[in-house]
Design a protein around this ligand. Structure first.
Ligand code: DX5
Ligand code: ZN
Length: 213
């Protein structure tokens, strides 16, 4: 299974967003991961749709928009024009099946994100409705946190559910991902690595992206 490396712009230098996005695009990234936070679902506010739209003007890569917000159904339409995929949280206050349906109806990949305390079994009712499962490997809200090793069994369980159900979906890991933890996650069945700090703070971004892959 080929690995997708998705740098998270949460970790980039916001003062030169365009150049940062162009940089990781040049250096071999596959997707651009955009961590939208509302200060309510998570204890932090990051950026909104205008910022993500600005980022989209500096890359030809798919934008994977991760909505860490309480009401993704309410704001979804503002991201669909330039997102290739939108990840909504199972724990959000929204009609999850209807929101996932709207994402697909717009021709985008639908993503279901689960927080560390949410078990893999919670996704079963939604199998077939999402193209990406995003497993948080840190508590959502901030970049630069340490990887939660106890998420590895959950990744394996999700890969097992996928294989038994015969419903293909990407498994994304998000938080504390570097070459070491990325290898552990790939071994457990993940194929999309979201990496913010490890890529944007690397001396050689191309080497870091290649090493993650
Ligand atoms: C947490 C964020 C982070 C970020 C990546 O809410 O979603 O996981 O994308 O963080 P680092 O810097 O650990 O790669
Ligand atoms: Zn994310």
């Amino acid at each position: 299974m080929s690995v997708i490396v998705a740098p998270s712009i949460l970790a980039c230098n916001f003062a030169c967003l365009g150049e940062e996005v162009a940089s990781v695009t040049r250096e071999g990234a596959d997707w651009i991961h955009c961590d939208v936070m509302d200060g309510h679902f998570v204890d932090n506010i990051s950026f909104g749709s205008a910022f993500v739209e600005a980022a989209s003007r500096h890359t030809n890569l798919p934008l994977d928009v991760h909505l860490m917000i309480t009401n993704p159904d309410r704001y979804l339409d503002r991201y669909l024009p330039f997102a290739a995929s939108v990840d909504i949280h199972l724990e959000a206050e929204a009609d999850v099946p209807e929101t996932l349906r709207r994402i697909r109806a717009a021709g985008r990949k639908s993503g279901l994100a689960i927080n560390p305390h949410t078990p893999a079994s919670a996704i079963e009712p939604y199998l077939g409705q999402f193209d990406i499962l995003l497993v948080m490997t840190v508590e959502p809200g901030f970049g630069g946190q340490p990887f939660m090793e106890d998420m590895l069994p959950k990744i394996r369980a999700a890969a097992g559910l996928r294989d038994r159900a015969g419903t293909p979906f990407h498994i994304t890991v998000d938080g504390g991902i570097n070459t070491t933890t990325g290898r552990q996650c790939r071994g457990a069945g993940a194929d999309v690595l979201v990496a913010g700090t490890s890529v944007f703070q690397a001396k050689d971004r191309r080497a870091e992206i290649s090493a993650l892959r």
